[in-house]
Design a protein around this ligand. Structure first.
Ligand code: SER
Length: 337
């Protein structure tokens, strides 16, 4: 019999590293992880790691022949800044990669006669505010509002949300018999800040970069204006959101795609918090017009009422607790200890 497992793609990314640790702490032993990169030492012992490409069809075929995949956390993606430099590659990884996994999960759901649980992180990048006035006038966007992304990554995320809904509700809808469909659940994350890892290739990266540079005593030139505002969340809450959504009773979920957020800050406010933690921080502002435009297109805040109502979403780390209890002490330990 095939071993029943949870598959995590893109595990070497920031969310993946935090998620795999969290799942192991919760006693989840049967984890298989997949990434184009080798697993770093911090997480290598926590799972059966496969180094490979999600676009490799024979690799996916090998996975299903060896394992019964009950749950998939599909995290592999090229982020928003990186995607603008390599849009075709971003589309391949973000869309074709997701499509391949959804297809595999759909087939496995039929085969097992039980839905495969498919957890997908989407992003504020799925939104596109047309101008700063709209961003001010409509600060807390609902899931169905302003879905006009301006980045390849945002377009990819929004489309993959729709593909997930398609595969979980309408797949083979004209067939004589309705197949068992996969169970697709998705959160739209704000910018994420981790104490243990630094993001790469994103456009919300100025937040974490400011903090990590200050902790290392390095100067940092922030690539957006002081008044640039988007929502953020500390990494432990991001992981909690994924796991709690995965564990929520299906009957309670009235949507497939949920906003989640914790606090919204301007770049100047982030700087203040960083200077409070690291008084010697040397942070200047040197806006890059193009990356600024992307951040300006993201909403100032997210309305996450539906997640709170349906699966009791509540961030444990508000801005104060994020900095005082999670970010600052762990970053100090990381770089100074
Ligand atoms: N952090 C992501 C990015 O900046 C947004 O989801 O691309």
């Amino acid at each position: 019999m095939r071993k029943k497992i949870t598959l995590i793609t893109g595990v070497v990314g920031e969310v993946g590293q935090a998620l795999v640790k969290n799942l192991v702490e919760r006693g989840n032993a049967n984890l298989v992880t997949l990434d184009i990169r080798p697993a770093p030492v911090e997480i290598a012992h926590l799972s059966t790691h496969i180094q490979g490409n999600i676009l490799d069809k024979s690799l996916l075929a090998r996975l299903v022949s060896e394992y019964e995949i009950a749950t998939i956390y599909h995290l592999a993606a090229l982020l928003s800044t990186r995607g603008e430099f390599t849009p075709v590659e971003a589309h391949q990884v973000n869309v074709e990669g997701t499509m391949g996994l959804l297809q595999m999960a759909a087939e496995q759901s039929e085969w097992r006669k039980e839905p495969v649980l498919f957890i997908f992180p989407s992003s504020i990048a799925a939104y596109g505010m047309p101008n700063l006035k709209a961003k001010v006038d409509f600060p807390r966007v609902r899931e169905w509002e302003w879905n006009y992304p301006i980045t390849m990554y945002g377009c990819n995320k929004l489309y993959c949300e729709l593909l997930g809904i398609y595969f979980s509700q309408y797949y083979r809808q004209l067939a004589a018999e309705q197949p068992i469909m996969l169970d697709f659940r998705c959160v739209r994350f704000p910018g994420l800040i981790s104490a243990f890892t630094v993001p790469s290739g994103g456009t919300s990266d100025y937040g974490p970069e400011m903090l990590h540079a200050a902790a290392q005593g390095e100067p940092y030139a922030c690539f957006v204006r002081e008044d640039a505002i988007i929502p953020f969340m500390a990494m432990p809450d991001a992981v909690t959101a994924l796991v709690n959504l995965a564990q929520a009773p299906k009957s309670k979920l009235r949507r497939c795609v949920y906003n989640v957020t914790s606090f919204s800050l301007t770049a100047a406010q982030i700087r203040e918090l960083v200077v409070e933690a690291f008084p010697k921080a040397q942070i200047t502002f040197k806006p890059d017009v193009k990356r600024q435009r992307i951040v300006d297109s993201w909403p100032a805040d997210l309305n996450d009422d539906d997640a709170r109502r349906d699966w009791d979403w509540l961030p444990a780390f508000d801005v104060k607790r994020s900095f005082k209890e999670y970010l600052t002490p762990n970053i100090v330990r990381r770089y100074q200890g």
